[in-house]
Design a protein around this ligand. Structure first.
Ligand code: SF4
Length: 689
């Protein structure tokens, strides 16, 4: 029997755990004493390993390479040699005929690790010759990255998960941490126990709202109006830090003008939050000796999300709540390695280490290191994954190489996504399970899973942590970066790595932000937060320590924009708002957690729709009744769960089930900057069957 200390693969909290292995099988998980989890785990951490032992798999594990030579035909098992040869040949043909920008690739924000993401973006840029590489940050915290980069200079949490419990005020907006990051929710509870004021802005009476000192039960789709009203109060009541604003920010007068019309009284009816509540929230936030703002996808999955993120950064700048311990802004990243996928340049606009693809010096540096002519590097920003359905239908994208993502379940407006897939000439899926997307692939490349390989993850607070291999893979599968390297070599670009560390060290040598985060240091400290620019540095607990922001001028940028309505608002035909959420027992599209016996038992029934009993009874619908939920794009069967914590006029469904898949209903109104879809808001109706 042995114990392997590793990192949980299920959310950005980055909890450390021990996998106890006996005779090649995992028999249990135990909490380890990681920097972020301090010896605690949530139920996914305790029970999310079962699929590695092959017990009761609902979704088949991919065990060998498969090719489908004709659409609609059957998959045929092939050797690795043949799968690599066939895939390389098809990609080369498409590149030759349609150009490199006709090929799209994804990295993965899940258990593959940072090394694999580095290799995947290198494959896109050096082998294909395109910046068409993206990840699921596009559909979750993409607006946080864009909004924070524009206002503060870095698109990540400015603070640390460990800081949260020592803050004296937590403003939690659009973030149900109890379901999405239970161990972060523990920090919120600890902060409360230590005397912090908790302010929650959320349409639902979520778990955190139950312990909050103030719950602002905002109407769905009104975030910008509320955030502007917050800024208005800080200025009107003279609650802001004049000295900090004068020394460290820019744009104050324009900002003041832009929020002038957003008095609490002016927005009270629209937002559903009284003027008194709005004023009290800002009096509490501004008076606290240390205050932190935390948000999730209740902020980012809207068509105006980047503006709202900029507005939230503005509140922190106005009050000087940046650049020291226990304060800051915290977009808490969802999937376990979505921060890492961004860190590693699985983004269409940035190389690893957030270095712009449009900067000729940066392109030259990477071309030199990768041994290619700089003219082979794509000088333009690449496609985003949310643009692919449209680009495929228009004939501009022909091939899609998808690693560890399941767009045919997790993206908005699945009818549109399916049409996009039908228009593609060639789809390669590299994954561990036969997902909805894998079912539509032309080639399937089976990879090792978390538990069967090691590497480095980045947790939500910029912390690099090493995770370890616990068991040997049982099937004819390969490591993700090994598969990509074989493809690169077959396509004429020899790519050979011996191990993870060799990849990591190549990456570090090209990324000043991460240069000092060596394998040895991660081994010694357990958790190394970037920036870590020198071999001596232990990493950075919080950003902007000297109130110098990483913007072109070095100053924080104040910003406010007028509120815009969501793209599709309820009307007589579709009178309710649909908001997509997640459930605590499952992770993303459930391909891993759905194959764990304990989590199957603990989780809710598939495809439920949460409704306030008042709304349901007005439609004559009983609790637990089967219903149709329909939008202008489709309809699904679902079972009603009465829930008095749900606000009137809205219903909530998780995107995690393919039965009652709510993305059949959602719409793809994209934020104009981040191209993130508005999956938190569309109009639906609920009807009896
Ligand atoms: Fe920790 Fe998140 Fe894993 Fe739960 S799912 S154990 S909170 S990392």
């Amino acid at each position: 029997m042995k114990k392997v200390t590793t990192v949980c693969p299920y959310c950005g909290a980055g909890c450390k755990l021990n996998l106890v292995v006996d005779n090649g099988k995992i028999i249990r998980a135990e909490a380890a004493n990681g920097v972020t989890n301090q010896g605690e785990l949530c139920l996914k951490g305790y029970y999310g390993w079962d699929f590695l032992n092959d017990t009761k798999l609902l979704t088949p594990r991919l065990t060998q390479p498969l090719i489908r030579r004709q659409r609609g035909g059957k998959f045929e098992a092939v050797s690795w040699d043949e799968a690599i040869r066939y895939t390389a040949q098809r990609l080369k043909e498409i590149k030759q005929k349609h150009g490199p920008r006709a090929i799209m690739t994804t990295g993965s924000s899940r258990g593959t690790g940072n090394e694999t993401n580095y290799v995947m973006q290198k494959f896109a840029r050096a082998v294909i010759g395109t910046n068409n590489v993206d990840c699921c940050a596009r559909v979750c915290h993409g607006p946080s990255v864009a909004g924070l980069q524009a206002t503060l200079g870095n698109g990540a949490m400015s603070n640390s998960i460990g800081d949260i419990e020592n803050s004296k005020c937590l403003l939690v907006i659009g973030y149900n941490c109890a379901d999405s990051h239970p161990i972060v929710a523990r920090r919120v509870i600890k902060a409360k126990e230590k005397g912090a004021q908790i302010i929650v802005c959320d349409p639902r009476r979520i778990e955190t709202a139950r312990i909050a000192d103030q719950h602002l039960q905002i109407r769905n789709g009104c975030n910008m109006a509320l955030v502007n009203a917050f800024a208005h109060v800080l200025m009107e009541e003279d609650l802001y830090d004049h000295d900090y604003v004068a020394k460290y920010t820019e744009g104050f007068e324009e900002y003041r003008k832009n929020v002038a019309d957003y008095s609490p009284e002016a927005v009270a009816e629209q937002t559903g939050v009284s003027a008194q509540q709005i004023r009290q929230a800002m009096r509490t936030y501004a008076a606290a000796p240390s205050a932190t703002i935390m948000w999730g996808m209740g902020v980012t999955q809207f068509g105006q999300a980047v503006d709202v993120v900029k507005g939230l950064a503005g509140l922190a700048l106005l009050t000087g709540n940046l650049g020291r311990a226990n304060v800051g802004v915290g977009p808490v990243r969802g999937q376990n390695n979505v921060q890492g996928a961004c860190d590693m340049g699985v983004l269409p606009n940035e190389f690893p280490g957030y270095q712009s693809v449009t900067d000729p010096k940066v392109r030259a540096k990477f071309a030199d290191a990768w041994g290619i002519d700089v003219d082979q590097m794509d000088p333009e920003v690449g496609h985003r994954i949310t643009e692919i359905p449209h680009l495929a239908i228009e004939g501009k994208v022909k091939a899609y190489y998808i690693m560890g993502e399941d767009p045919l379940q997790t993206e908005a407006d699945l009818g549109l996504v399916r049409k996009g897939f039908e228009a593609l000439e060639f789809v390669v899926v590299q994954d561990i399970f036969m997902t909805k997307t894998a079912e539509q692939a032309d080639v399937i490349l089976p990879a090792t899973s978390w538990g069967e390989h090691g590497g480095v993850f980045s947790c939500a607070d910029r912390g690099f942590q090493r995770f370890e291999k616990a068991i040997e893979p049982k099937y004819n599968v390969k490591r993700d970066w090994e598969i990509i390297s074989l493809l690169a070599t077959e396509m004429g670009y020899p790519m050979h790595y011996n191990d993870n560390q060799q990849i990591w060290d190549e990456m570090r040598s090209l990324c000043p932000l991460f240069y000092g985060a060596t394998y040895e240091k991660m081994g010694e400290l357990g958790h190394v937060q970037w920036p870590c620019t020198t071999l001596e540095s232990p990493g950075t607990q919080y950003l902007y320590a000297d109130n110098h922001f990483d913007t072109p001028s070095g100053k924080g940028q104040l910003f406010a924009a007028p509120w815009r309505a969501p793209a599709e608002v309820p009307d007589g035909d579709y009178p309710l708002v649909l908001c997509t959420v997640r459930e605590v027992g499952h992770y993303s599209c459930r391909s891993m957690t759905g194959n764990c016996a304990a989590l199957q038992t603990l989780a809710d029934e598939p495809g439920f729709v949460q409704m306030n009993p008042v709304d349901a009874q007005a439609l004559g619908i009983r609790d637990q009744q089967l219903v149709w939920v329909a939008s202008r794009r489709g309809k699904v069967i679902s079972r009603v769960n009465y829930n008095e914590r749900i606000n009137l006029g809205a219903v909530y469904m998780t995107y995690q089930w393919w039965i009652g898949a709510c993305n059949e209903l959602t719409q793809d109104n994209l934020d104009p900057i981040s191209k993130t879809p508005e999956t938190k808001y569309c109009a639906v109706k609920v009807e009896q069957i």
